[in-house]
Design a protein around this ligand. Structure first.
Ligand code: SF4
Ligand code: SF4
Length: 439
């Protein structure tokens, strides 16, 4: 695609990167076929190619964002299916991230939209605030329908619908510290405690730590780390996201200096995609560029790292069939597709792959709150495909997908690592208490 940026515009590193990305697009439109919003809404402006044109026009003309571009960029899930499909290697993720930051700087959103977004950015990345909000949501839930009918307050209704009935006690969150290997130490990793996942699914990291320790890998949960910044990054709040990235880089580099790390393990793949991009996000920061690149190179999804270890024979045979839901951040963002399925198969599960596995479940960070109608339509499509496999349960590697699918399906929905921990000697996941092994 031809572009027309001035030398002054290209002096800005973000614009220069955007220009390089835009020039790679050859308008072929292959990406439209796998874009969930185009498939759902059928509007070219809700396709990757349509958004690319809108972003190009805004950046090239140095225009502030307007209502039309905000509408169509907000509807993008950042699922990155378009990047998997694109034959020209268009890095849509970096382009849309830059567009979102530009929108945040140049567009004044309607007041309720601004308030909803500010509330999400203030609550979700902080476990204690999030826990408090979930407790309050339980009391407000009867009013969800009312909120959903009030213009501008639909996100509050969607949030109340998503809040779980039961919140795991604080004591279930993994403590900071070092968890030693069962035998002779064969490796040392740090694990991201995370923000929303540590409240919604604290047993995921506990399962990963148990499993690693049994495989003779020492795990450290370092003091000082926090949210990866992904939630605010996708809202265009660049400075807040970069501050989170710098804080985590400092913490993990301290661990690299204190005994070394073979990997930084992430059990929520949405976070993993962002951490693997820290090197790019901080490329212009002379104090952090190199350290951030080191952290990104060390970042590994839990299944990506487990696949490099020698696994023993499973301790139990369950005979259960598992519909594996491949989170977009894992399959499109990190190109990890084979490892989770191979690990589940080696652990004795009958792995089934739902149709349309490339399509997003509609979770996508805060998307199912801010764009709840599209998110619900995608969720129902995903659940229909999952249930058509006839599997006994669902496995996925991202807390957002687990919450979204569980809300629409009667099947148990379990993090992949909890199933692996169970098969290799850990406790049976709580979600499976109504299900018996078949052998
Ligand atoms: S990231 Fe997903 S929703 Fe956004 S344009 Fe690409 S395929 Fe479509
Ligand atoms: S598939 Fe790639 S090159 Fe083709 S229109 Fe989409 S982004 Fe552009």
């Amino acid at each position: 695609m031809q572009t027309h940026f001035s030398a002054a515009q290209l002096a800005d590193s973000g614009v220069a990167e955007a220009e390089k990305i835009l020039r790679k697009c050859v308008h072929c439109g292959f990406c439209t076929a796998t874009c969930p919003t185009y498939v759902t809404l059928g509007n070219e402006l809700d396709s990757p190619r349509g958004r690319i044109y809108l972003i190009k026009d805004m950046l090239e003309n140095d225009r502030p964002a307007d209502e039309q571009i905000v509408k169509h960029v907000d509807r993008c899930l950042s699922c990155l299916a378009c990047m998997t499909t694109c034959p020209s290697g268009v890095h849509y993720m970096h382009l849309v991230d830059h567009a979102r930051a530009h929108i945040e700087k140049t567009y004044k959103r309607p007041v309720l939209n601004r308030l909803n977004r500010a509330m999400l950015a203030w609550v979700l990345p902080f476990p204690e605030r999030f826990r408090l909000a979930l407790n309050l949501a339980r009391f407000a839930r009867p009013f969800a329908g009312l909120f959903k009918r009030m213009p501008g307050l639909q996100p509050v209704g969607a949030m109340l619908d998503l809040a779980p009935d039961r919140i795991a006690p604080r004591e279930m969150q993994v403590e900071k510290g070092t968890y030693t290997a069962a035998g002779k130490t064969a490796g040392r990793v740090a694990i991201l405690a995370g923000c929303a996942q540590s409240v919604l699914e604290p047993d995921t990291n506990a399962a990963a730590i148990r499993l690693f320790n049994r495989l003779n890998v020492e795990v450290v949960v370092p003091a000082g780390e926090g949210c990866c910044g992904s939630l605010v990054h996708h809202m265009g709040r660049e400075e807040q996201a970069l501050a989170s990235a710098r804080r985590n880089v400092d913490v993990w580099m301290r661990e690299v200096g204190n005994g070394g790390l073979d990997a930084i393990i992430i059990t929520a793949s949405g976070c993993g995609t962002t951490i693997k991009d820290y090197g790019y996000m901080l490329r212009d920061d002379p104090l952090y560029a190199e350290k951030a690149a080191t952290v990104s190179a060390l970042a590994k999804d839990v299944t990506e790292y487990l696949a490099t270890l020698e696994m023993p024979a499973p301790v139990i045979e369950t005979g259960l069939s598992v519909a594996y839901h491949s989170a977009c951040s894992l399959q499109h963002g990190q190109k990890i597709t084979r490892q989770p399925k191979d690990l589940l198969k080696a652990a004795g599960f009958d792995v089934r792959e739902p149709a349309e596995g490339h399509l997003c479940c509609g979770s996508a960070g805060t998307y199912n709150i801010m764009q709840s109608e599209i998110a619900l339509s995608l969720r129902d499509r995903k659940v229909g495909n999952i249930e058509a496999t006839g599997a006994d349960l669902v496995a996925a590697g991202n807390v957002g997908c687990l919450t979204q699918i569980a809300q629409g399906s009667g099947l148990p929905v379990v993090h992949t690592v909890k199933l692996l921990d169970w098969a290799y000697g850990g406790p049976k996941p709580e979600e499976l208490r109504g299900i018996s092994e078949k052998v």
